[in-house]
Design a protein around this ligand. Structure first.
Ligand code: GAR
Length: 210
C-alpha cells in the first residue's frame, strides 16, 4: 500500500474521510502520518482516534517559510511518506517544497477550478450568481490552486443559499471526492500528460472515452 501523509490546519473532516477510506482492505493507500501547523486543529484528535500518528509542527516556531517546510519535509520523510494529501492546509507552500513533492502531492479545493482559486470561494460564487459550485482534487503546482486536475464534483447552488450552507454541501461532496481521487492516484490509474502547448492534464486509465 502507498504510504500517505495528510497535512491539515483545521477541522480535518477531509482527513477523516481519507483515513476512513484507507481502512478498507482493498484500498491502495494507508495513512501513516497526519501533520498540522496548528496545535488547536480539531483534526488532531480525529487522527489520534483513528490510530494515525498526529504531529504538530507550528509555522510560528520557525524564522521563515523554508525552515518551516524543511521541518515538514523531514517529518514526512521520517515516516516514509510517498504521497502527500493537503486537506484544509491553509499556508502557501514555496517552490522548494512543491518541487520536493512534484507529482507526489495532491490538494482539495472547494471550487470547480480554475474558477475561484483562493479564499472565500462560496461567497464569491454566490455573488456572481453561478448555478454550479463544487470541489476539485488536483496535483500541486507552484501557482496557488493550480495543477492538473484529478477529479471534480459539481454541487448545485440553491435559491437562498448562504456561503455557510453552500460550504456545508460542498464539504459533503469533498468527503466523497477526495477518497475517490486518492484511490485513482494511489492505484496508479492517473498519468500526468504534458501537451505540446505546455499545459498538463491527468489521464485516467480505465475511464470511458467520451
Ligand atoms: C475544505 O473545504 C477544503 O476544501 C478547504 O478547507 C476546508 C477544510 O475542511 N481548503 C482550502 O480552502 C484550501 N485553500 P476540513 O479541515 O474539515 O477538511
Amino acid at each position: 500500500k502507498l504510504r500517505v501523509g495528510i497535512i491539515i490546519s483545521g477541522g480535518g473532516s477531509n482527513m477523516a474521510a481519507l483515513v476512513a477510506a484507507t481502512k478498507r482492505a482493498d484500498f491502495p493507500a494507508e495513512a501513516v502520518l497526519v501533520l498540522s501547523n496548528r496545535a488547536d486543529a480539531g483534526g488532531l484528535a480525529k487522527a489520534a482516534a483513528a490510530g494515525v500518528p498526529a504531529v504538530v509542527i507550528s509555522h510560528k516556531g520557525f524564522p521563515d517559510r523554508e525552515r518551516f517546510e524543511m521541518a515538514l519535509h523531514a517529518e514526512l520523510v521520517r515516516h516514509g511518506v510517498e504521497l502527500v494529501c493537503l486537506a484544509g492546509f491553509m499556508r502557501l507552500l514555496t517552490p522548494w517544497f512543491i518541487g520536493q513533492w512534484k507529482n507526489r502531492m495532491i490538494n482539495i479545493h472547494p471550487s470547480l477550478l480554475p474558477a475561484y482559486p483562493g479564499l472565500h470561494t462560496h461567497a464569491r460564487a454566490l455573488r456572481d450568481g453561478v448555478k454550479l459550485a463544487g470541489c476539485t482534487v488536483h496535483f500541486v503546482r507552484e501557482a496557488m490552486d493550480t495543477g492538473p486536475v484529478v477529479a471534480q464534483a459539481a454541487v448545485p447552488v440553491l435559491a437562498g443559499d448562504t456561503p455557510d450552507g453552500l460550504a456545508a454541501r460542498v464539504l459533503a461532496a469533498e468527503h466523497r471526492l477526495y477518497p475517490h481521487a486518492l484511490d485513482l492516484v494511489a492505484s496508479g490509474r492517473t498519468r500526468i500528460v504534458t501537451r505540446d502547448d505546455g499545459g498538463e492534464h491527468v489521464e485516467i486509465r480505465g475511464e470511458a472515452e467520451p
